[in-house]
Design a protein around this ligand. Structure first.
Ligand SMILES: [Zn+2]
Length: 345
């Protein structure tokens, strides 16, 4: 039980599985738990893997409800964007090219539903391409090429050329990887999250890390997108930001990732008994952050430091006193108003 690879942020969401027996269930009612403050960015070398695995699990559950899954790959012709890869990305983002493609295919009646999920990837040259999964058993190539070709902007590139030749649409290339039946939902989930769990060897293009939409502070790039309603009844693993000590202040991906792990978070967990089932679950409450990296904090607690990872640490009573002291330290990053707990002696 100890040692589940889970962010402390997910502590609340994880509670159920953690339980029933085991030392903590019978132990003290309240314990302090510490962990690294993770940035939870899909672009982060520490966070991408655990977030990706979590996403894969959720995707598997949803894709099992698909009658048939098709995997499509969409690229952009770099020649159309001599200004550079960011121009290509901005163009597709503003146009909502991927969502419009799905809409067009749906209108043609070749999809079994409007459900889709996609991830954006970057080639070596920095130009984006998308992997997309849709619920369909067959999408004619001509329909796909024609819908992707609708991205052609005549005001930019002149009259739209005749239909593409072979695998080439006029705006970029379109491919479908294969059709799988519902049993292969696992394969499709892997397909879409394959790259999300591992950062590319050469890293992400600089413009992606420093991206600020429309020349200003705006939304960061999302690697993974879905149709509205894609998750259905799937519970969201997200916890509200206040509860996790996240700040809402906007920053670039590079800035966000740079802050990963430079502070540590403190939670108080409590064993809560479900009066109907008798099941004991842990409930976590965010208390604050301390100005130490996680290895530094573990050192201060006399624990062997584990670098990286999401593994949280349950404090002994002696360690709890140290942690309370750190939470009240003048250089603490922040702590919440509910620090009405016993003061460190
Ligand atoms: Zn991170």
């Amino acid at each position: 039980m100890q040692g589940r690879e889970l962010s402390p942020f997910e502590a609340r969401a994880s509670t159920r599985a953690e339980q029933s027996e085991g030392p903590r269930a019978q132990g003290a009612a309240r314990r302090l738990v510490v962990g690294p403050h993770r940035c939870k960015s899909r672009f982060c070398p520490h966070c991408a893997m655990p977030l990706g695995l979590q996403l894969r699990e959720r995707l598997r559950r949803v894709l099992r409800t698909f009658k048939s899954v098709m995997m499509l790959t969409l690229t952009v012709d770099p020649a159309l964007f001599p200004e550079g890869p960011q121009a290509a990305f901005d163009f597709c983002r503003e146009r909502r090219s991927v969502a419009l493609l799905v809409q067009g295919l749906k209108r043609r009646g070749v999809l079994l539903s409007g459900r889709w999920a996609s991830i954006v990837e970057w080639q070596q040259n920095g130009y984006p391409h998308w992997h997309l999964i849709v619920e369909a058993d067959y999408v004619p190539f001509a329909a796909l090429a024609s819908e992707w070709g609708k991205n052609w902007d005549e005001s930019r590139w002149g009259p739209r050329p005749a239909a593409g030749i072979g695998q080439r649409a006029v705006f970029g290339s379109v491919r479908f990887t294969k059709t799988f039946d519902a049993e292969s939902s696992e394969y499709a989930a892997n397909y879409i999250t394959k790259y999300i769990t591992k950062p590319p060897k050469a890293g992400y293009p600089a413009w992606v890390l420093d991206y600020a939409a429309s020349g200003g502070r705006g939304r960061r790039i999302r690697r993974f997108s879905t149709a509205r309603g894609f998750w259905g009844g799937e519970p969201s693993p997200r916890i509200n930001e206040e509860a996790t000590g996240e700040t809402r202040e906007w920053c670039t991906i590079r800035e966000r990732v740079a802050r990963c792990g430079i502070t540590s978070v403190v939670f108080r967990v409590e064993d809560v008994v479900d009066t109907e089932t008798g099941e004991v679950a842990e409930e976590a409450r965010y208390l604050g952050r301390v100005h130490k990296t996680y290895p530094e904090l573990l050192n201060a607690l006399g624990e062997s430091a584990r670098v990286g990872g999401f593994r949280r640490h349950y404090c002994t009573p002696a360690q709890e006193r140290v942690v309370w002291g750190l939470l009240y330290a003048p250089d603490r990053v922040e702590s919440q108003h509910d620090l009405d707990q016993p003061r460190a002696p």
